[in-house]
Design a protein around this ligand. Sequence first.
Ligand code: GDP
Length: 296
Amino acid sequence: MIFEGLSDKLQNTFSKLRSKGKLTEKDVKDAMREVKLALLEADVNFKVVKDFIKKVQERCVGQEVMKSLTPGQHVIKIVNEELTALMGDVQSKIMISSKPPTVIMMVGLQGAGKTTTAGKLGGYFKKQGKKPLLVACDVYRPAAIKQLQVVGEKLDIPVFAMGDKENPVNIAKAGLSHAQKNGNDMVIIDTAGRLHVDEVLMEELKNIKSEVRPHEILLTVDAMTGQDAVNVAESFNDALGIDGVVLTKLDGDTRGGAALSIRAVTKKPIKFIGMGEKLEDLEPFHPDRMASRILG
Ligand code: GDP
């Protein structure tokens, strides 16, 4: 389970705090040292941890907490609030364009779960009464187009494809006109991924972006890759500019550091989380719920 190790450690620290009547500054400092270690062990970015602990500590040695009758409880409340803030406070939704179709461009490295997530998002919006169109622009990975078509069939969502000989920019543009003609109010473009961030890929994505002008560029990253996921998010954001992140494979045995670091490092919100391989395993990301899950 995600955050299991982190949750256990934090609960242990907090139960010690709760058992005390009044708290001294040393009690708070000791507790913060344990929280810091727990976050680092959960693979949270070092600088993010440092800033987080500083903020929490400042608030915890304040008058309000020290004088409180239940200081331990107060500290937990502050940690909960700061964890929530770290992940962006409130849920970040997809901007729906007032002039349909809303165009979402999916980007990410190979294997992160981009094609699966494109399908999942289509299914998510279809359930909300939208008429999505999936557009197959990954002309490099063998079978990527077929994979999207299979996903589309399962969800009963149309897929626009032009094979793997056409330029992805042309496919994206043609897909958009197809949507306009056919009354699709949501266009989800599946772009190519690579094994690593490279310039050729970024150039292609920039071309699609400037020609198609998507309302949202959503980056899919794999939570299992920990801080690599955070570095990938930073690279894509610097090179292309992203609007949000879909963090996949949170159902796996991940320590969860990416979930807690991405927003603070990139300033871009996590919008959805992938919780499994099935096409319905996609959830909107709620920072407050995730913080409560961590604190148990
Ligand atoms: P792409 O190369 O980025 O398009 O990646 P794919 O969509 O082909 O996904 C790569 C693998 O990750 C596939 O086996 C997916 O089933 C799997 N996958 C995608 N999202 C999730 C998720 O949220 N949880 C789990 N457990 N597996 C996922």
